[in-house]
Design a protein around this ligand. Structure first.
Ligand code: OXD
Ligand code: MN
Length: 590
């Protein structure tokens, strides 16, 4: 066996003191055995195998239903290397604090050793990790979300490099919960949580926080992005990567079903990923991307056959449902799901539930947690790309940035060039939703949707983006979208969902140089007639509303952007300040 791996497992075991250590081999037989064990302890519940074959159900602790960003730390030797965007703890303090929680915490439990590869095993894009965890729920999720098992260990050989990922539930006490990243040690420690985003360490922790640090040092990009392919009627498939903050519809967009009129013409979407993109400049000078994950960890509420047909198809078998409402027939339901609420069920906290229940403050009691989740293999998605296993991924023609803004930002604009696009990404902002712990609705700045996920100083991250632009021979165009603009009555102006394909199609038309555009202070916007509106009744005056530039509102936005930039002091790349100034001037001339 790999010496360092063995040594590390023993070290963690002597701290956590599990009763047993089991290596996950990735075989069906072992998975069944683990499920059986977890059914017997109640850690997971078997769902109705006729209606949902292979599906299981789990509830997390009521205080443990979302990523806890305030307990998430980047532990670099120097505080400045974590930057003002991250909570920081010195490695010494962090290890000490976590050790006191990990100590003896696995007594009476088993420690599972989960060798995993993010990305196809053996691809130059991929990274190996090993997660130690005392949770069968984590094992079962990791089996879906990454390549797990013996192949990975074989590839690692005797001395391959891997990220050391230690997870323990401990007592699930929020006061004894820490999600710690040690980029300089290629190590992650997560303790006191059982929620996916905190404990599936291949996901946010490795594939974004640790990977972004590695990417900066090695000259590539690890991004909070979906990747999708758009097949045109002529059979050509072009790929777009898109960064949106949590719960802005990345999953829906990544597996979108074309509106009927476009589908008839021959348009199709191919899903590569819904959350993370690793991108490298390949030997052709273009940007190529893989999705390092093999599964979706998506939000259930709001997902139904209408809003996301492909997701619904994906979760009919071999899926894990977390914090949904459990129905008497052992199927599941969630708010914004299909059909009327069931007459009764057991809610995500394990309590009897009926529609119309209110809490002591008169607020509705939901059956599912607003951040209830599904975990399911991408391979089950009807729109899964045939290039998922390709070692170099897919070539990226365009990059989209976007946020959830009720006003201000137009439906779409194209940046003037890479540097301007980086400015657009750096100044992104979105209204907070249930995927993050904290006040909902509040606007927060979130450069490239990476604020909670960048494993180092954001200023260096932004510089890295600028540098990357110079490395490419074929630079993707950068676009900015906002599907969520509302009218005076508070209604969404753009129908969104499937109709977004019309906008993606315009993006490709711009990349191919097929259409002209309107030059505005923000960037280039589409000419109404160039957008394929076949089958959609969307009048020109509503279109104009989507692109209205409210000068006063933008003036205020500029102030807020500047205040945000000021957090980074004089280290902010000069180029971004230049872009900011130039934008201010352009706005004046409006
Ligand atoms: C996620 C998130 O779960 O961004 O993907 O919170
Ligand atoms: Mn995400």
């Amino acid at each position: 066996m790999h010496k360092e791996l063995e040594k590390w497992i023993n070290k963690c075991a002597s701290m956590c003191r599990p009763d047993a250590i089991v290596i996950i081999d990735g075989q069906e037989e072992q998975k069944r055995q683990l499920e059986k064990e977890a059914f017997s302890t109640g850690e997971i519940i078997k769902l109705n195998q006729e209606k949902l074959p292979g599906c299981i159900y789990h509830r997390t602790h009521p205080n443990d239903v979302a990523r806890t960003e305030h307990l998430t730390y980047i532990c670099t030797k120097k505080k400045k290397d974590a930057g003002p965007n991250n909570s920081w703890m010195s490695p010494g303090t962090a290890y000490r604090k976590a050790k006191s929680i990990f100590k003896d915490s696995m007594k009476g439990r088993t420690m599972y050793v989960i060798p995993f590869s993010m990305g196809p095993v053996g691809s130059p894009f991929s990274r190996i990790g090993v997660e130690l965890s005392d949770s069968i729920y984590v094992v079962l999720n990791m089996l879906i979300m990454a390549k797990v098992g013996k192949d990975v260990l074989d590839y690692l050989g005797k001395d391959g490099e891997f990220t050391k990922c230690l997870h323990g539930k401990a007592d699930l006490d929020v006061n004894r919960r820490l999600i710690l990243h040690f980029p300089e040690d290629n190590t992650i420690w997560s303790v006191g949580s059982g929620y996916g985003g905190n404990v599936l360490l291949g996901k946010k922790c490795l594939s974004l926080r640790i990977a972004s640090f590695l990417a900066k040092n090695e000259g590539w990009l690890a991004e909070h992005m979906l990747i999708l392919g758009i097949e045109k009627p002529n059979g050509r498939i072009e790929y777009i990567a898109g960064a949106f903050p949590s719960a802005c519809g990345k999953t829906n967009l990544a597996m979108l079903l074309p509106p009927e009129a476009l589908s008839k013409k021959g348009y199709r979407i191919w899903t590569v990923g819904d959350d993370i993109a690793w991108m490298r400049v390949d030997s052709d000078g273009a940007l190529w991307a893989i999705n390092p994950e093999t599964g979706f960890f998506g939000v259930l509420p709001g997902t139904n056959w209408e809003t996301n047909y492909n997701a619904m198809m994906t979760i009919q078998k071999n899926a894990i449902y977390t914090n949904a409402l459990l129905k008497p027939d052992h199927t599941v339901w969630w708010e914004g799901g299909d059909g009327p609420p069931p007459e009764k069920g057991i809610d995500w906290m394990g309590r009897p539930w009926k529609p119309g229940m209110v809490d002591k403050d008169g607020k509705p009691v939901t059956g599912a947690n607003p951040n209830a989740r599904f975990t399911a293999p991408i391979s089950q998605c009807p729109s899964a790309s045939f290039r998922l296993e390709h070692h170099h991924g897919v070539p990226i023609s365009a990059i989209m940035f976007g946020g959830r803004r009720a006003s201000l930002a137009p439906l779409i604009y194209e940046s003037f060039n890479w540097q301007h696009g980086v400015y657009a990404g750096a100044t992104m902002a979105s209204e907070r939703t249930a995927a993050q712990y904290g006040k909902q609705g509040e606007v927060r700045r979130d450069p490239m949707a990476m604020l909670p996920f960048c494993g180092y100083n954001m200023v260096d991250y932004l510089s890295h983006w600028l540098v990357m632009g110079k490395k490419m021979k074929k630079t993707p165009k950068i676009f900015f979208v906002n599907w969520f603009r509302r009218d005076k009555k508070g209604e969404f102006i753009w129908p969104g969902f499937r109709e977004n394909l019309r906008i993606l199609n315009w993006i490709l038309d711009r990349c191919e140089g097929n259409v002209e555009a309107i030059r505005t202070p923000l960037g280039y916007t589409p000419i109404y007639e160039d957008v394929d509106m076949d089958g959609l009744d969307f009048p020109k005056d509503k279109w104009a509303e989507l692109f209205y530039i409210d000068k006063d509102e933008w003036k205020n936005e500029l102030k807020e952007r500047k205040a945000f930039f000021d957090i980074f002091g004089n280290k902010l790349p000069e180029e971004l300040l230049e872009e900011h100034k130039a934008f201010k001037e352009r706005l004046k001339s409006l």
